[in-house]
Design a protein around this ligand. Structure first.
Ligand SMILES: *Cc1c(COP(=O)(O)O)cnc(C)c1O
Length: 425
């Protein structure tokens, strides 16, 4: 790619916009999206792109689903926002009820916020205060795992994998917590057990993205690994937090990983697909045991948190409409079909040069390369093929909308095959 030709427009030509994870000096000028319909993004210059990412896997029903649109329009005409301090409204109350019903009985108290990071921040705060409210201040640490990602806010950076590059500039100023390897083999299990014998009494909560660690490299582990964590948490009186911001709402084939009773967490955080890809909203769902530890005659034992836009009625209306669609349209069957097709069409790439691994779970397809020298250049190659796929580090991945047609999905997998054969030399 000739980045130095005068005609080549760069992100640095943007006078005011500052883009995420973007070296503004060297990045190519980004495409400008104008419309989104179904699984297609229509650019301002008229090009169409089949979307392989569903806007960071939020748009599970495709874009502009009329049922969600209708609910949001109705809500914007009635009451777009209302403070949640000292007041409630139907959309939030109904959504809390429906979410609680989707989880095992023990997870039944829903606290709303506005993003994935804040959903997990609230989970962490609940965990610490659970122990403080019981006069157990020794539980002042968190344990998270290599490969983990829990958001970009300051508190979350403390529990993301420090080696993953997104936050490592800040290493010296952060307040690091304990970090362990997931117990995916007997050696790592023994290491974790030994560590907890030593430090378990300091730890308030363990935090993990169950089954798939997303932004850390789309790394997979099993339910057996989660069962080990659940048992260790029980043994050491540690709370187990699942960050289901990525995995929630059917992405991996089940509605939530948390649903299996023997690996059920104490607190779970949701966001991303919660509003069907329309608006920011976070939900933190806590068990009865956690909730009860906040009940007291003492006002200071209340949960001390309250984002301005928590429980925003527009976002709750979108989330309720999204849950309607999970009930009325065959989303989980669609995920199964996508899983089969991804397996059929991505697996053959395993034998191509530079391909290190192929991983598929539900509507997530991952092609791990030995390395990707220039992810931005690959993104440009995908644009030329009419697809929106954005490599990161050594990963090419697909997290399409569940409503994607099999022809659209084939266009995405073919584009990946084409790029592997022609852009890696
Ligand atoms: C995206 C993500 C977050 C952060 O969510 P934001 O809405 O970007 O704050 C946290 N955890 C996981 C697993 C995620 O995938």
């Amino acid at each position: 790619m000739t980045q130095n030709s005068a005609s080549f427009k760069m992100a640095s030509n943007l006078p005011h916009l500052w883009l995420p994870y973007c070296q503004m000096k060297t990045a190519p000028f980004p495409p400008s999206a104008e419309k989104s319909v179904g699984c297609t993004i229509i650019l301002k210059d008229g090009r169409d792109l089949i979307d392989g990412i569903a806007s960071w896997w939020t748009a599970c029903h495709g874009y502009c689903h009329p049922h969600i649109q209708k609910a949001v329009i109705q809500q914007v005409q009635t009451m777009p926002h209302m403070m949640f301090g000292g007041m409630i409204h139907d959309q939030a109350e109904i959504l809390a009820h429906r979410l609680a019903k989707l989880f095992p009985d023990s997870l039944n108290h829903v606290f709303f916020s506005d993003s994935g990071s804040t959903a997990i921040e609230v989970a962490v705060k609940m965990a610490f205060q659970y122990f403080l409210n019981q006069e157990k201040p020794a539980r002042h640490k968190l344990l998270s795992f290599h490969g983990g990602y829990h958001g970009d806010t300051w508190g979350m950076m403390n529990i993301c994998d420090p080696e993953e590059g997104m936050h490592n500039h800040f290493r010296e100023i952060l307040n690091p917590q304990y970090l362990a390897h997931l117990p995916t083999d007997p050696q790592k299990k023994a290491d974790l057990e030994r560590f907890l014998k030593h430090k378990g009494s300091e730890i308030a909560a363990m935090i993990v993205e169950p089954l798939v660690q997303g932004a850390g490299g789309m790394l997979f582990h099993t339910r057996e690994t989660l069962k080990i964590l659940r048992d260790l948490c029980d043994e050491h009186d540690i709370l187990l937090i699942y960050d289901e911001v990525f995995t929630g709402f059917g992405r991996l084939g089940e509605m939530f990983v948390s649903n299996l009773p023997e690996i059920c967490p104490d607190i779970v955080g949701l966001s991303k697909a919660l509003t069907g890809g329309t608006m920011g909203l976070g939900a933190t769902i806590a068990s009865q045991k956690i909730f009860e530890s906040f009940l007291s005659e003492n006002a200071e034992k209340a949960l001390m948190h309250g984002p301005t836009f928590m429980g925003n009625p527009l976002a709750c209306a979108a989330a309720n409409a999204s849950l309607d669609l999970f009930e009325t349209e065959p989303r989980l069957e669609q995920v199964q079909k996508i899983e089969k097709q991804l397996t059929k069409e991505l697996e053959p790439f395993r034998k191509l040069p530079h391909v290190k691994d192929i991983r598929i779970m539900g509507a997530l397809g991952v092609v791990e390369m030995d390395h990707i020298p220039n992810p931005a250049a690959l993104n440009q190659a995908f644009l030329k093929l009419g697809v929106w796929i954005r490599p990161f580090r050594n990963i090419l991945y697909l997290t399409p909308s569940f409503t994607i047609t099999s022809a659209e999905l084939t266009k995405l997998t073919h584009a990946i095959g084409h790029v592997i054969e022609h852009e890696f030399t």
